[in-house]
Write a protein that binds this ligand. Structure first.
Ligand code: AMP
Ligand code: MG
Length: 396
């Protein structure tokens, strides 16, 4: 049986980065990964620009202070026609206005009195950003994932449409004859499919396809898995354990998916299945909701991030913390246990097994409990924090 680390290496080695691109309006591209660098269409600023409200002057007029100058006009941001600044003169100027010809310095209004006596020295070129002072035409202004800041820079650089990597396509399928279709009230023998909405939500950065749930029936399963294999990534839940109706691994094999691993030394999540086929990869997660969640965080989320042009490591951050309560180890498997992490203290969440999604909602991280290595209160240990919870692990 593979260890968790070995299994993660197998999944990592299977990453198939998305290469196809699509054109998007900049307003629709937040969070997407640029297919290539965006270049500046012109210099920024495109003209010598005043950075203060005050007076545009000639530095040669300021050799002895105080100095009275004649205010011969004004320049505002957006003015296309600029008056000339003659010797002995000053032009009133606003922040953002182009520097008028003849002037080489802006004196902030705070260093003057009346209109206008210059009281304090300003170096030549002071309070001006020269044309191209930030970016030159053709310079790279943005690459990688589009944050609001990079989006603004693209807008400033004139890129109102951008080429981005297409998102990975993910299909999510629940399996189990006990699952309701969601169309009717569940009978007492049935349960609602919670894994589907959970995985679709986890994968919301991808292009998701909800395949609903299918019964433990080889034919129905085969048809549903075939549909799922059209996606880059198929995620199923349930049917990978040792029950007599656990048909999922055989179904994958019948569809030409090569098994990379089945069952690993992990608690919860031991039955997890992973494999590859010509068109993509398949994660067969266990049906128990906490097992499915743990496996999604350990394997699926890093896989998707790496496919989409991000860094595998960024999906699950490692932190060290002291445990507030003792916790038992499993003799044969690594435990990856929901917990609440705050600063450098971590508290395990009391729970009632891998079906107990209710308790797991109190968590924001996972405690890692090495095989056969119980932890005492006060022990330092490793915690894994899913990217989506990173902010909540620090006190405000
Ligand atoms: P299995 O992995 O198929 O043996 O299922 C293990 C447990 O998870 C069973 O109690 C199932 O009823 C439950 N389960 C399976 N699929 C889902 C699902 N989609 N949503 C919620 N619970 C599920
Ligand atoms: Mg089942």
């Amino acid at each position: 049986m593979l260890s968790v680390d070995e299994a993660r290496e197998v999944v990592r080695a299977a990453v198939r980065p998305v290469r196809e691109t699509e054109q998007l309006a900049l307003g629709d591209a937040l969070g997407r990964v640029l297919a290539g660098p965006v270049l500046a269409e012109r210099d920024d600023p495109p003209f010598d620009r005043a950075t203060m409200d005050g007076f545009a002057v000639r530095a040669a007029d300021l050799t002895s202070l105080p100095r009275r100058l004649e205010v011969s006009g004004e320049v505002a941001a957006g003015d296309a026609q600029l008056p000339h600044c003659d010797p002995g003169c000053a032009l009133r100027i606003n922040t953002g206005a182009p520097l008028p010809p003849g002037a080489d310095t802006v004196v902030p209004v705070e260093l003057t009195r009346e209109e206008v006596e210059i009281l304090e020295p300003v170096a030549q070129g002071g309070n001006i950003v020269p044309r191209g002072g930030f970016v030159r035409r053709g310079d790279e202004v943005a690459s990688g994932r589009l944050t609001p800041e990079r989006l603004a820079v693209c807008a400033a650089a004139g890129a109102d449409r951008v080429a981005v990597l297409r998102r990975p396509r993910v299909a999510v399928l629940g399996t189990g004859s006990e699952l309701t279709t969601g169309l009717s009230e569940p009978g007492d023998h049935e349960i609602r499919n919670s894994n589907g909405p959970m995985l679709l939500a986890l994968c919301s950065g991808a292009e998701t396809r909800d395949l609903g749930a299918v019964a433990d029936d080889p034919e129905q399963l085969l048809a549903a898995v075939r549909r799922g294999l059209e996606a880059d990534v198929l995620i199923t839940t349930g049917g990978v354990s040792k029950g007599v109706r656990d048909y999922v691994p055989d179904t994958f094999a019948a569809c030409g998916v090569r098994e990379s691993f089945h069952r690993i030394a992990l608690q919860p999540g031991k039955p997890v299945w992973f494999g590859e086929h010509v068109g993509g990869v398949v994660f067969g997660l266990p049906g128990n909701p906490v097992s499915a969640l743990v496996c999604a965080d350990l394997f699926v989320m890093p896989y998707l991030l790496a496919c989409a042009g991000g860094e595998w490591e960024h999906a699950l951050l490692e932190r060290r913390a002291r445990i507030t309560r003792p916790i038992q180890a499993s003799p044969k498997r690594r435990r990856v246990f929901p917990c609440l992490l705050k600063d450098d203290e971590v508290t395990p969440i009391p729970w009632r097994g891998s079906g107990d999604l209710w308790s797991a909602t109190a968590g924001n991280a996972y405690l890692v409990i090495p095989r056969d290595h119980a932890l005492a209160a006060g022990d330092e240990t490793v915690c894994l924090v899913p990217e989506r919870h990173a902010a909540s692990t620090w006190s405000a």
